[in-house]
Write a protein that binds this ligand. Structure first.
Ligand SMILES: [Zn+2]
Length: 338
């Protein structure tokens, strides 16, 4: 937990997984000929963030670098200091390509050999540095495919902060990472050899009511026992809303849930909120969360309602991911070594 309670500095970071079109899993993992029409939605989004003085962090992946319009826009916003450019890796379409097809397992970067993770990240980092004139220092894995095996390659390439973790979520069913025990507060995460470390500021997850998070984590320990499974604990926790574990994202949530999550997180001492969404949700027809123009409008209403609530009612200051490394004292946060 943060030890910074006296300072009362609260921040909100808005992060965008900025990427090509595609429905990962259902449509496979396209390796080549990716399209990026959805990026025409960035301009409106940028204006909304500027209205609330929140500089978004665009975490961009390899196909975005082939979109000259997006590059032109992102570069000009970066130069004006109203956004940050970070890195987002979809390993299936990120050179070096070692296979023309990717399995579910291989779609998670953290399942690849460390040398291949490094090669892919090195390619992307160098290309972003060439195009933008500045090396990225913020990272999010595609499909949240992050664990300690990625820390070494990231640190070697100059990264300072990761925001791939969804605390308490579990992707083992699809051969992805298990975040059940990871903290929702900022932490330091070390590589497997314990030689280097990165700041981890996870995507904000939780419930609409304060203190529910800790209660649910305790109950979860019980639910995983034969006693828990044999009793009615599961249906009771369902009725209490303890299974409605939310992610701070306008995708698949209601505005009331988002405001509740902001409120409960701040009450529980989570001072650095991280909101996330996909660029594909900003244009109709490219995301299950915004299937048509009306879907995009309602996503914008949830987004604006959340920004208004966080910045005006709850006095959160807009920050980029990399700026958090200046705001958070590494010696005051927990070190994750398991
Ligand atoms: Zn992605």
């Amino acid at each position: 937990m943060s030890n910074n309670k006296d300072s009362q500095i609260r921040t909100i970071v808005v992060t965008v997984d900025t990427e090509e079109e595609g429905l990962w899993g259902a449509g496979g993992y396209p390796v080549r000929n990716c399209t990026t029409e959805n990026l025409r939605g960035l301009e409106r989004f940028q204006s909304l963030c500027e209205k609330y003085l929140v500089p978004p962090t665009y975490l961009i992946d390899a196909p975005v670098l082939d979109d000259p319009i997006a590059i032109h826009e992102l570069k000009s916003w970066m130069r004006m200091g109203v956004c940050e450019i970070g890195t987002h890796c979809h390993p299936w379409c990120n050179p070096p390509i070692v296979s023309e097809t990717a399995s579910n397992r291989e779609s998670y970067m953290c399942n690849l050999p460390e040398e291949l993770q490094f090669a892919k990240l090195q390619w992307l980092t160098q290309r972003i540095a060439e195009v933008f004139g500045k090396s990225p220092t913020s990272y999010r894995a595609g499909r949240y495919g992050f664990d300690r095996t990625t820390v070494g390659p990231l640190v070697k390439l100059g990264y300072k902060i990761d925001s791939s973790v969804l605390p308490a979520f579990d992707y083992r069913n699809s051969q992805g990472p298990d975040f059940r025990r990871l903290t929702r507060y900022p932490s330091r995460v070390s590589d497997l050899r314990g030689q280097s470390e990165l700041m981890e500021v996870p995507i904000t997850t939780g419930f609409t009511r304060p203190r529910f998070y800790a209660f649910r984590q305790r109950l979860r320990g019980l639910l995983d026992t034969p006693f828990g499974r044999a009793t009615k604990l599961a249906s009771i926790s369902n009725r209490l809303g303890l299974t409605n574990h939310l992610k701070l994202s306008p995708e698949g949530t209601t505005l009331a849930e988002l405001k509740g999550l902001v409120h409960s997180s701040l009450k529980d001492g989570v001072e650095h909120l991280v909101l996330m969404l996909h660029s594909t949700s900003l244009m109709p027809g490219y995301s299950p969360y915004a299937k048509d123009p009306q879907g995009v409008e309602s996503l914008y209403q949830r987004l604006e309602g959340t920004l208004e609530y966080a910045t005006k009612s709850q006095q959160c200051i807009g920050s980029t991911l990399s700026d958090l490394t200046k705001r958070i004292d590494p010696s005051a946060v927990q070190k994750i070594e398991t």
